[in-house]
Design a protein. Sequence first.
Length: 255
Amino acid sequence: MKRFFTNLMALAVVFSLSTATLNAQKVLSLADPATIDKVIEDNAKDGWDLTWSTELYNLLGNTSGQEMQWGMYNRFTPEDLETLGAVNTTLTKIKCYPYNHSTAPTQMTGLKVVVYTGGSYEGNTIDPGTLIVDQEYEWDNVFETKTIDLEEPVFIDGTQEIWIGAVYTFTSGYPAVADDGTNYQEKKGDIISMTSNGQTEWSQTKDCLASGQWPYNWYVFGYIEDGGTPPDPPTPGENEVLVEGFDSGSLPAGW
């Protein structure tokens, strides 16, 4: 698919972040499919079922020169996992696309993929849950689709939310890629985290933009395979005691 915005002169629009802790940064939206140099891939599912994304279309970045980390996430509820056929499967790979625009080169130093479970997004409260995958990719300064095999695959039992994401460390450029919004999923496909000076803010992407508009899903895909082995139940630690069949009636009088 190829689309062209009518106003190609407006290559970039500068917005201020709405979060106080990150107000030194600038978020720039670059929407210019005619000059994106993008690779439009065949996104036939073929196992890449854990995503809300469609085709590459929109970019987000900054030119502040300040190092920061941006995390782009797709969030799935138990109901979503059921609909997508992801219950009782195993997440084995994550795919993302760090981008380098020809007119605004990306200065990027790091990439990692992450998975959270047990999160929630209620009202304006974002809780990603428990971080269970935090895997660094040895950044090679090659801007292309990155398919990353998880060192510890994640079994999906469908009882809790799962969030998958790609986290980029960069100083300038437009590395963050989103789709065209055809299948936009509010509060699911558009979650972003921004870390700078040791502080992290989570939000919907639109809340980082003065326009309040960002109806797109982040270009992050999870590859799932049928079956798998559920994790073992937790075992007591060194200072913990597992008591089974405890009967308070067996205690001496006065306890």
